[in-house]
Design a protein around this ligand. Sequence first.
Ligand code: NAD
Length: 352
Amino acid sequence: MQSFTHETHATRVVFGAGSRQFLPRELDQRGIRRALVLTTPEQTELGHEIAGILGERCAGVLGSAVMHVPVEVARSAIDAARRLGADGCVAAGGGSTIGLAKAIALESDLPIVALPTTYAGSEMTPLYGITEDGIKKTGRDWRVLPRNVIYDPELTLALPVTLSMTSGMNAIAHAAEALYAQDGNPVYSLMAEEGIRALAHALPRLRTAPADLDARSDAQYGTWLCGTVLGNVQMGLHHKLCHTLGGSFNLPHAEVHTVILPHALAYNADAAPEALARIARALERPRAVAGLHALGQSLGVPRSLRELGMAADALDRAADLVVQTPYPNPRPLERVAIRALLQRAYEGAGPG
Ligand code: NAD
């Protein structure tokens, strides 16, 4: 067996339908007395429900979270947390809301309790991003890792079906790249394979029965595992491509992951045969790339960058940006091959 290091950073995780009712207990566990509740503008109703559960321990509800954490939004949230005397944050939402809580934690060390409502997995990672002058700066800091996470599947019932599918594919992407990460280890590989398996089973059930709480819960179980590996091992070409396309061309996060994943895995297939075999096993399909492509088709998710609003004449610049800085990937970064990958993804062609 290959040598490896395994380090754990504890997050307390609570699962179960209705488990948001345990929020006061989780705050007690962290010694939080006054929590600022964060949501997006679209989810303020949820924020007020959470405020009701917290009662006098709610310092306020701030519904200002938006995608990619603009620095002005982060600064104003940091000010609000100070002004309201908050000693912790409750982030009720997806990656955007949890991202805002992380920006506050980075500045003030306030502990985060997260109630995820998508399958993006940010609640299990020390990764943060803040956008200034159109450039998203990302980093890793264990201070921003949520200390407590409550996976209540009832909070995902309102997530539209299409976003449920693409968000689930976003989670699968974390696990797929963890399986060939150079700093991976056998424990994270187990989690990654099980995470893919759980989501590949849950998503088709959710597509036909979006109110199926068991399927919602299974998807959150997969999300937990996929988010954990995202937070602990280095991602490769797939995440780099998605980060570039989302950050520099303003394409929607989960949808980009969904379109790119089979193409990125096809690029790496010959250089990472063991990882691909594990992905195929988790999908219960003979081959990983074809299996993911077929899963996407069965879920009715977007297939092309064109339908996400990417301009054809931006593909050259995207390829340049992706190869600009070196990062770990099983197959070396070859601009010509990456440009061809982007062309296929743009057109919605099958992965090469
Ligand atoms: P999101 O948080 O941006 O949510 C998308 C939209 O769906 C928002 O309008 C939100 O209000 C709405 N929504 C969320 N949950 C809902 C629900 N249950 N019911 C109804 N509406 C709901 O989407 P996301 O994909 O979770 O997050 C994307 C962002 O998170 C990106 O900025 C990405 O870079 C970041 N992210 C960070 C990490 C990390 O580890 N730091 C991991 C994954 C994603």
